[in-house]
Design a protein around this ligand. Structure first.
Ligand SMILES: Nc1ncnc2c1ncn2[C@@H]1O[C@H](COP(=O)(O)OP(=O)(O)O)[C@@H](O)[C@H]1O
Ligand SMILES: Cc1ncc(COP(=O)(O)OP(=O)(O)O)c(N)n1
Length: 281
């Protein structure tokens, strides 16, 4: 079957290239839930197994890079993938493999979430893979979505204020991605009470502001935000609309889970709006 063809009767298809979170809150599990919630059929290539729950990452078992390639090619050779999201890439070899696919033009509407460290503090990317992101993968990203800490690593400098967050978005765009969102879930000092993301698009910075939801259930918020952007791109939204709608989606998902007590650590999100609709079961 021709992977580029998609009948009008079919749902849009998106692919996530990311790690598995056994706890179900982040990684491919969050990505596939987000795709489904936004009306997109999700395919996946698993870059690593993690033994993880809401409180800790207990172990990481990366996939050999050639097998990541085999998964991605199996999907691309068969399904009409309209957008791709990358998350935890784990090793320098996997970053190189994904960058090679992107350079060959095989990853449409590529959203890169440069996952490096979990909120529980565990490394999810080999340190020597950080340079490869900058040199090999970022030039092919359509949208880049670092959190503040990841933006600091990619640029090699501290980001402590909103002005610095805005400058970071511009400087990251200069590395190649057409659009950059520097996420503010881990707030800079001058935006208390708010989650302020900075969107760099078409040469200008814009702030996407929302009230900060208190309660601490935000495990997988970065994964789900990037997946929402990819899903909305797969549905044909222009980039700026996709990012704005993804911000609204993630706020609702975080707020919906604010009263949940799933797990002893940072709990997962309400991807399907269960808190505001009929309760499951
Ligand atoms: N407590 C919160 N209240 C509202 N929005 C939040 C909160 N935490 C994160 N967000 C939003 O969720 C998205 C993911 O951000 P962030 O948590 O910084 O990413 P990551 O999970 O990669 O660290 C962003 O749009 C951010 O503004
Ligand atoms: C397998 C896996 N991938 C990514 C993450 C990080 O998730 P993210 O949404 O970026 O942030 P936190 O949930 O860690 O705040 C992960 N933990 N596991």
């Amino acid at each position: 079957m021709n992977a580029a063809a998609n009948s009008a009767a079919n749902p849009p298809v998106a692919l996530t290239i990311a790690g598995s979170d056994s706890g179900g809150g982040a990684g491919i599990q969050a990505d596939l839930k987000t795709f489904a919630a936004l009306g997109v059929f999700g395919a996946s290539a698993v870059t690593a197994l993690t033994a993880q729950n809401t409180a800790a990452v207990r172990g990481v078992h990366p996939t050999p890079a050639p097998f990541v390639l085999a998964q991605v090619e199996a999907v691309l050779d068969d399904l009409p993938v309209a957008a791709v999201k990358t998350g935890m890439l784990a090793t320098a070899e996997i970053v190189r493999t994904v960058a090679g696919l992107a350079a060959a033009g095989r990853l449409p509407r590529l959203v890169v979430d440069p996952v490096m460290v979990s909120s529980s503090g565990h490394r999810l990317l080999e340190p020597d893979a950080e340079r490869r992101y900058v040199e090999e993968l970022l030039p092919h990203a359509q949208v880049l979505t670092p959190n503040l800490r990841e933006a600091e690593v990619l640029l090699g400098r501290r980001i402590g204020t909103l002005a610095e967050q805005r400058a970071a978005a511009a400087d990251l765009a200069a590395l190649g991605p057409a659009t950059v969102v520097v996420k503010g879930g881990h707030s800079v000092s001058d935006t208390p009470g708010e989650a302020v993301d900075v969107l760099w698009h078409r040469g200008a910075a814009r702030e996407l502001r929302s009230r900060r939801v208190e309660g601490g259930n935000n495990h997988g918020s970065g994964c789900s935000f990037a997946s929402a952007i990819a899903a909305l791109l797969a549905r044909g939204r222009p980039v700026e609309a996709a990012v704005t709608e993804a911000k609204a989606y993630i706020w609702t998902a975080i707020r919906g889970a604010a009263g949940w007590s799933l797990g002893a650590g940072h709990g997962p999100l309400d991807h399907f709006g269960w808190a505001s609709g009929p309760a499951p079961g």
